[in-house]
Design a protein. Structure first.
Length: 174
């Protein structure tokens, strides 16, 4: 990572539905363990001076743990970086296969921010970044905090590289 680069993390607020599902599934896992005691695996863990310490593993705990781990995976598997040369999106940081997309500031043609009502309340959103090289969106930054702030930062750097003055930006040429 170059000096002067900014890492845009995916916001935990983007996984609020996963957190709510985890909170709701924890009592359900407990209830399943109470009503179905055969779903608890019990076995000896260690023996110290003739005293055996047993470990009980309720299998229902894997339901909320799976939901939580899926949300954490979605948050930490993506990395967005703004550096002096341009933008970089890394998908698959925690995976075996990693996809890296790099765009120079000079090549950016469109920056679109999408937010639902809940996204606006939580100040998160999705930013689509397009270039002239493709008709599709090159980078989709999902779940980032303060998307309008980062859009302004990227637009400022793009305009600086393309040589547009303040007067032209004020007139709406971007």
């Amino acid at each position: 990572m170059a000096s002067g680069s900014v890492v845009i993390p995916r916001a935990w607020r983007s996984e609020i539905s996963t957190a709510i599902a985890f909170i709701l599934l924890c009592p359900l896992a407990y209830a399943l363990t109470v009503y179905f005691p055969l779903t608890v695996i019990t076995g000896p863990l260690i023996e110290i001076r003739g005293m055996v310490i047993n470990l009980s593993l309720p299998l229902a705990i894997f339901i909320p743990a799976g939901v939580l781990s899926q949300g954490l995976y979605r948050i930490y598997n993506v990395r967005y970086v703004i550096d002096p040369r341009g933008l970089e999106a890394r998908h698959g940081v925690l995976s075996l296969n990693q996809i890296v997309v790099r765009i120079r500031f000079e090549d950016i043609r469109a920056l679109d921010v999408q937010q639902s009502l809940i996204d606006r309340l939580l100040d998160i959103g999705k930013m689509n970044i397009s270039t002239a090289a493709s008709s599709d969106v090159e980078i989709i930054m999902t779940g980032i905090a303060a998307p309008y702030y980062f859009r302004q930062v990227i637009q400022f750097e793009r305009d600086k590289r393309q040589g547009l003055g303040r007067k032209e930006r004020a007139e709406g040429f971007s």
